[in-house]
Design a protein around this ligand. Sequence first.
Ligand code: PEP
Ligand code: MN
Length: 331
Amino acid sequence: MLILCRQDLTDHEREEILAAARNAGFEPFFAHSGRIILHGPGDAAPLSDLPGILSIEPLPDRPVLAKEPGNAVVRVNDVEIGGGAFTVVAGPCAVEEKARLIDLAHAAKSAGCDLLRGGAYKPRTSPYSFRGLRAVGLEYLRAASDATGLPVVTEILDAQDVELFTDTADMIQIGTRNMMNYELLVAVGRAGKPVLLKRGMGSTIDELVHAAEYLLLEGAPGVVLCERGIRTHEPSTRNTLDLAAIPVLKGVASLPVIVDPSHATGRRDLVAAMGRAAAGAGADGVMLEIHDDPDCALCDGPQAIHPENLSALVDNMRKISALAAEAEDLL
Ligand code: PEP
Ligand code: MN
C-alpha cells in the first residue's frame, strides 16, 4: 500500500504512522516526498484515521510522479527547462584551469546558452585517466557561475558528497554509469536540488523513467531526462543516439527531455547534425561539450566543439525546435 501524508507532516506524526504500520504487520519505508510505502501481509485499514494521513492506496505498478503534469517544467534558478524554450547546456567535459573555465563560460553565455556544465568528479574507464579536480573543480564552477550568471550543472559520483554538491551546484547530474545506483538516486533526491538524469548506456527507456521516479519520490524539485546514446553493435560512433527515445519519453513521462549529442557520437563532426536532429525530434534542449583547444583537453577532446561555432549552432537548433513545435500535431 502507499500512504500519502500531509506536506507539513511533523516528525512525531511520521514516527506514529511508522510504528502503527509495523504493528499492523507492514515493513514501512518513508520517502521524502511524504509517501510511505508498505510491504507485508498487514491490514492498512486501522491506519487511515491517524493524523497526517491524506490517503491510502494500492502501490502503483508504474511510475506516476514522472507522469504528473506538474513536473513538466524544471526550474534551475531563473532558467526554465521544458516550458517551450530550447535550453542549451554547454561547457567543457572536465573542469580544468579556472581561467579557462571562466572564458568558456563567457563564451557559452554570449552564444546564448542557458546553463554551464563541467565535470569536477569524472567517472573514467581507465583509472590512469584524468579524474577531475574534485572539490577544487566545484569551486571553479561556482566562480564561473558567479562571473557569468549561468547556473551550473555537474556530476556527482558518491552519495557522501551530496552536501558539498548542494552547497555549490545549481543542478546535480547523475551520469550514465550511475543511473541505476539506487542509493545514490535516493540521496540526491533528498538534496532539494533539480537533477539532470542521464540514461544508462545499457538501459531501457522504462528503466530511465523508473530511475526518475526514485528521485521524485525522495522529493527532488525537478528531474530533466537526458538521452545520451546507448551501446549498440555500431562502432562508427561512441554510442548510438536513440532519437526515438525523445517522443517515446514524451509519451510515457511528463518530464523535460534533453539530448547530449557529444557523448552520443563522440565525434565533433557529428555534434551539430545530431543537435539539430534532437531539436527537430522535439527535445527540450541539448547538452554540448565545448573546448577552446580540444587537442589538449584532459577529457573527451574529440567530441568537443570550438566555442566560436557555438552561437550559429544554438540559433539554428532554436529555429528548428520552434518549427518542430509548430508541426507537433502532424503524424
Ligand atoms: C558527462 O556528461 O560528463 C558524462 C560523463 O556523460 P555520460 O554520463 O553520459 O557518459
Ligand atoms: Mn565528456
